[in-house]
Design a protein around this ligand. Structure first.
Ligand code: DGJ
Length: 730
């Protein structure tokens, strides 16, 4: 790892162990260009890659064609309105309503460590020597604007994290209408792109298509990331697969509206960009004020998608996730949502807890329905008082009884919401986001609280804190079940209504930070109608996130594959639920449901008092299996050998310990073929020279044998069967 400025070549070289990122200063005007990102370079002088000796040349040598220069130069942070007609990263309206900006080099600073981003989640390092940062200041003298581009690298992972800070150094107020986090230009090498798309209960499915001419993008304007699209993109060589080929990945540490795009232009260059969605964004910058963008993460790997995923996993596990549970095994939980929905009482919950604790389950989570007159999903959001008609004896009694069984207790909140039928709405109708004079659109019969307002956020926080202080509650599931619409805030003047979406996200972050400060040992699990808020921003606050409301083991294969493309298995909320599955109606073996849920945080979502004896009897063994393998699954390196999405028959992945002394292989045979034989699977990531044994078998194998010749995976009767193979050093 290292960041250097080469004075003579006027080049910044940002190195991780295996990658380099090079920025070049061009011309006496000091244009800041992106020269290179990819495999590690050992000489810095690659400014020629900006091609300024060809065609359009620079203004210094060809003033008459300045616009041609602007429209082909790989600007490190492209601005709007001066002749670069590709997508811009920055758009600022000045006091006269004009929006042309030109940025050139002003200065830089290179230092050890990494600064915090005000109010935003971001990567961090424990010790200063673990990271290095370049702050590159660009200026537009005419406009009185400065942009500080920040780049950090870490000693232990091949990732570059970037953000931008826009400073108004003029004497008039300006309006930011676009401020992206990162942009970089590169030659097209016939790349494919990967975007993640989906829907409720079908989140983060992988979509791989060629990069076409023009702009292709993923975005959200829902106020959260959403189920449908994701702020992640990868560019990969045509022949790149799980284990080979060049891949560039880009993710955004943010939980609100985003825009992630790539644009292939007339010269076959690709500009890739990510940041806050500029649609409906307008931010007032008074003289002296600054705007900090969220942080973007760039990863380059020549070991295919698997190599990229392992970098993201390490970065997020080591430098994003925080808190008490970061490196700890999480308690096996049982959640009563699919067991009872709204129909529960103290006695019902205790009956579940009694059976669950006897079977090895460690925490009871009480989901939606414990407060106000919440007998269904039509009312009471915002009324965070315990419903003692349902919870007879009160919350304290319930929690004590659960604790007496040796179990922890967790609770559900949906802090950002308000039901029109609630005490809170009667008192504060103006706290709900709605456009005055227009009937607001409801979703699940609820509205969104204006969390951008501190007094609203503080009120809700204090209500939550009171409940959490009232009993020994060790886990919170923070849910959010509708997107934002009918945008208006009673607290902002008309020219600042475009700040609401981002201020809302900042409000959520502030609340979650307060929660973790007041309850430092709390295990927080974010959730949004399933997995609509599975994003890197949320990971900064909660070490685990609910992946999807679809708990069907087979559906989960694709959802978990897409999620694990970026996010570590330690973060994926995964539960065993009852069958027929409540989302798709499929019946799968209980054992298969257990094996698939082991790839995540592991828990149950069923009425353990009602399931068949055969299923119930498998729970103790499943819990033992979780304890046996979770350290490995949480901390190891993830490799994928086969994807059900592609094979349409089976799925296979494995987790290898960092020291390569053991590995856990998961094989799921979804569809059995007639007259078929065992399947040969080549393992990955082992030490070729170590000798291994497959637990339960006598003979030993060299790692190279397991990786080159492979294993023969079982083939038994019936669909939807799953196996685990524990590979241990002999
Ligand atoms: C959506 C979540 O994803 C579910 O797990 C459950 O908590 C419901 N909301 C409760 O309303």
């Amino acid at each position: 790892m290292g960041i250097c400025f080469y004075e003579k070549e006027k080049v910044f070289q940002i190195d991780t162990k295996n990658t380099s990122y090079v920025i070049a200063l061009i011309d006496k005007e000091g244009f800041v260009g992106h020269a290179y990102y990819g495999k590690r370079l050992y000489e810095a002088d690659v400014a020629y890659l900006t091609r300024m000796q060809e065609g359009c040349r620079t203004p210094e040598t060809n003033e008459r064609d300045r616009l041609s220069f602007y429209d082909c130069f790989p600007m490190e942070y492209p601005t709007h309105g001066i002749g670069d007609f590709r997508e811009s990263a920055l758009r600022v309206e000045d006091a006269n309503g004009h929006w042309a900006n030109k940025l050139t080099y002003k200065g830089h600073e290179i230092f050890a460590g990494k600064k915090k981003l005000a109010g935003l989640p971001a990567t961090w390092c424990e010790k200063e020597e673990d990271a290095q940062t370049l702050e590159l200041t660009l200026e537009d003298k005419e406009a009185g604007l400065e942009v500080v581009l920040s780049y950090s690298v870490f000693a232990d992972v091949d990732a570059v994290v970037r953000s931008a800070r826009i400073v108004n150094v003029s004497e008039t107020t300006v309006y930011l209408t676009k401020a992206m986090s990162a942009s970089f230009d590169m030659d097209n090498r016939d790349y494919d792109k990967i975007l993640l798309y989906g829907s409720w209960a079908r989140e983060r499915h992988i979509d791989r298509t060629p990069v076409n001419y023009g702009i292709q993008m993923a975005r959200s304007n829902r106020g959260e990331g959403g189920h449908q699209e994701h702020a992640f993109t990868a560019l990969l060589e045509k022949n790149a697969d799980q284990n080979h080929g060049e891949v560039y990945g880009m993710d955004l540490i943010y939980s609100g509206n985003f825009r992630t795009l790539m644009e292939k232009n007339q010269f076959d260059n690709i500009r890739t960009m990510t940041g806050i969605n500029p649609e409906d964004f307008r931010w007032e910058l008074v003289p002296g004020a600054q705007f900090q963008t969220p942080e973007a993460v760039l990863v380059y790997s020549e070991e295919g998608l698997g190599g990229m995923s392992r970098c993201f996993h390490d970065l997020y596990r080591n430098h994003l996730i925080r808190g008490y549970y970061r490196d700890k095994k999480r308690p096996i939980l049982i959640n009563n949502w699919e067991a009872t929905y709204f129909n529960f009482s103290t006695e019902k919950l205790l009956s579940i807890a009694r059976d669950a604790s006897a079977l090895g389950i460690e925490m009871l989570v009480m989901d939606d329905g414990w407060f106000g007159n919440r007998y269904d999903d039509n009312r009471a959001l915002g009324d965070w008082e315990v419903n003692e008609e349902k919870l007879q004896g009160g919350l304290g009694y319930l929690v004590d009884e659960v604790n007496k069984l040796g179990m922890k207790f967790g609770i559900w909140f949906e802090p950002e919401m308000i039901s029109p039928e609630s005490e809170l709405y009667k008192e504060h109708p103006d706290w709900a986001i709605q456009v005055p004079g227009r009937v607001p659109g409801l979703a699940r019969n609820q509205m969104v609280l204006d969390i951008s307002r501190e007094e609203v956020a503080d009120y809700i926080f204090e209500k939550m804190a009171k409940v959490l202080h009232s009993a020994n509650i060790e886990y919170v599931k923070w849910d959010m079940n509708r997107p934002l619409s009918d945008i208006a805030s009673a607290a902002l003047p008309k020219e600042r209504q475009g700040e609401i979406f981002h201020r809302y996200v900042l409000g959520v972050y502030r609340m979650q930070e307060r929660l973790l400060t007041e309850f430092p040992n709390l295990l927080l699990e974010n959730c949004s109608g399933g997995g609509a808020r599975f994003d890197a921003g949320m990971l900064y606050y909660s070490p685990q996130i609910w992946t999807s409301d679809d708990t069907d083991a087979i559906e989960r294969l694709e959802i978990q594959e897409g999620t694990a493309l970026i996010y570590p298995l330690s973060a994926m909320g995964a539960h065993v639920s009852d069958c027929p599955n409540h989302t798709v109606g499929r019946t799968t073996p209980f054992a298969t449901r257990g094996v698939v849920a082991l790839a995540g945080t592991f828990g149950y979502e069923l009425d353990v008092t009602k399931i068949s004896e055969n299923d119930r009897n498998q729970i103790p063994e499943q819990c033992r299996t979780y304890h046996k393998y979770n350290d490995l699954v949480r901390t190891g390196d993830y490799y994928r050998m086969a994807s059900y999405r592609e094979t349409h028959t089976h799925d296979a992945y494995m987790v290898v310990a960092k020291d390569k002394t053991e590995a856990l292989v998961t094989y799921v045979m979804v569809k059995r073929r007639a007259n078929s034989r065992s399947r040969n699977i080549k393992l990955l990531g082992l030490d070729p020279d170590k000798t291994y044994r497959i637990e339960g078998q006598e003979r030993t194998y060299l790692g190279s044998t397991l990786m080159n010749a492979g294993i023969l995976a079982e083939d038994t009767w019936g669909d939807n069967q799953a196996w685990l193979y524990h590979i241990v050093e002999a």
